[in-house]
Design a protein around this ligand. Structure first.
Ligand SMILES: [Zn+2]
Length: 446
């Protein structure tokens, strides 16, 4: 609807009303009595080990039974009764890609909602969910919103890639209000250096209590505050981030400049694992969301292998995510929740550059680190010899020495033979979901 010609060509006040109605309908569809009831159950057992285990074990039995009864992929094999998770093989992304529709529950009459994972390499993967799955997801994310201090009536600042402002619009306002939801939705696509102070003022003036944002969208505001040595002038309860990986130092920077805790959420469209950070900054594996196995990689990391609990339309059992976590040595979090903890989640494999020795460099945060005036950076690499750095900068601070420092930092990590070009831009190009990629490398692997 928000992409429609009529919306894009309507006056701003009509767009406010359209966004308000759209958001209200979206909420009504997702937040039903059943999703509210589920959320209360989830809150009830999160500090009760036995109740949590009962819930988890009951879910596993249901999921396995459903899969062998209704899904051709899992019907192909014989399992002994009672069904045991360990008797199932791992499910890989290739399995899902090659046998896609065989994972569908053939007896389900529910509407199938198709989604594609952005996929790190190769073709994207189609995953289906039903409306019950969408509602369950909402119950889980709403629970984390409660952890983040949300109470009914709180004002929300929302920066999650919604196309609420036409691309062609070059002047503010780059935000729209959702009156029924007490929300201001801010465009992730118009974040030029000139507009950034207005984004902040808009949220302060509206009296936002909680910001829900893509990490890349909130980070660009935090960096703007940081390079100008400013702090957010409103009083926030918290910031809730998800859908992109959030580096530890970026989380710290956001918390410092916005003066509130960040609650981060790791999830994936396959819905086989969710990891949520709490008020103590610890990441908890939500064992009522899915069953997670952690497979030791021998390098200090464990791969997340998950079995989804909330999508009877498209069950995935022992699904290998290709995402990795580092285990925590702490056993009990001060928040009192009994979910297991992980130290951190390794950034998604995918965004990398290739160094002169041919090695893939995934951790690129160190390159722009500490350089004055730098608000956002994206690297592109089309050949082994050259890297382009697109930068959004505060131009009074990012001068020749800073430019040189950026080139030097990149060469220190990638090799002196690689030519690094720096191009100042107004904003970093976004993916069609409004996310930002740290690096784009188009060199084909041998
Ligand atoms: Zn905790």
């Amino acid at each position: 609807m928000l992409n429609s010609f009529i919306y894009q060509n309507s006056p701003v006040f009509i767009q406010h009303i359209a966004v308000s109605c759209y958001e209200l309908i979206k909420r009504k569809m997702r937040a039903t009595e059943s999703s509210k009831a589920l959320m209360l159950t989830l809150i009830d057992h999160e500090k009760d080990k036995q109740a949590l285990k009962r819930y988890h074990d009951g879910k596993i039995d249901q999921v396995l039974q459903n899969a062998v009864e209704h899904c051709p992929f899992y019907q192909k094999q014989q399992y002994k009764q009672p069904l045991q998770l360990c008797d199932f093989d791992f499910t890989t992304k290739e399995n899902v890609r090659e046998n896609n529709t065989q994972f569908l529950n053939v007896d389900s009459k529910e509407i199938k909602i198709e989604g594609k994972t952005s996929g790190t390499t190769g073709t994207p993967l189609s995953i289906y969910q039903d409306i019950a799955s969408v509602r369950a997801e909402k119950a889980f994310t709403d629970r984390q919103l409660q952890w983040a201090g949300y109470v009914k009536g709180d004002k929300i600042g929302w920066m999650r890639g919604d196309m609420i402002v036409p691309f062609t619009q070059k002047k503010p306002p780059f935000w729209r209000y959702s009156y029924f939801e007490n929300m201001v939705l801010l465009s992730s696509y118009h974040m030029t250096p000139k507009a950034l102070p207005q984004y902040i003022t808009t949220m302060v003036d509206f009296g936002v209590d909680i910001i829900q944002a893509y990490p890349s969208s909130i980070l660009i505001l935090a960096k703007y505050l940081d390079v100008n040595d400013l702090y957010y002038q409103g009083t926030l309860k918290s910031i809730v981030t998800s859908s992109e990986s959030l580096a530890t130092e970026d989380k710290a920077l956001i918390e410092k400049r916005f003066k509130c805790p960040v609650f981060d959420w790791y999830g994936l469209f396959e819905r086989v694992a969710a990891i949520a950070s709490c008020e103590h900054g610890n990441y908890h594996i939500l064992t009522d969301y899915s069953h997670v196995e952690l497979i030791d990689q021998g390098d200090g990391y464990h791969e997340i292998v998950g079995t989804n609990f909330n999508n009877s339309l498209f069950p995935l059992i022992r699904y290998k995510t290709g995402d990795f976590v580092k285990l925590s040595t702490e056993k009990q979090c001060a928040c009192g929740r009994v979910f297991p903890m992980v130290d951190h989640i390794k950034g998604r494999v995918g965004d990398y550059l290739i160094a002169e020795d041919g090695q893939k460099m995934h951790i690129l945060n160190h390159i722009p680190k500490g350089i004055a005036g730098l608000i956002a950076t994206q690297f592109t690499q089309y050949s082994h010899k050259e890297i382009n750095a697109l930068v959004v900068v505060e131009d009074t601070l990012f001068l020749a020495p800073q430019r040189l420092q950026l080139i030097q930092n990149a060469q220190d990590r990638l090799g002196k033979s690689i030519e690094v070009k720096v191009e100042v831009v107004n904003s970093i190009p976004k993916t069609k979901n409004g996310k930002s990629r740290q690096a784009i490398c188009t060199i084909k692997e041998d």
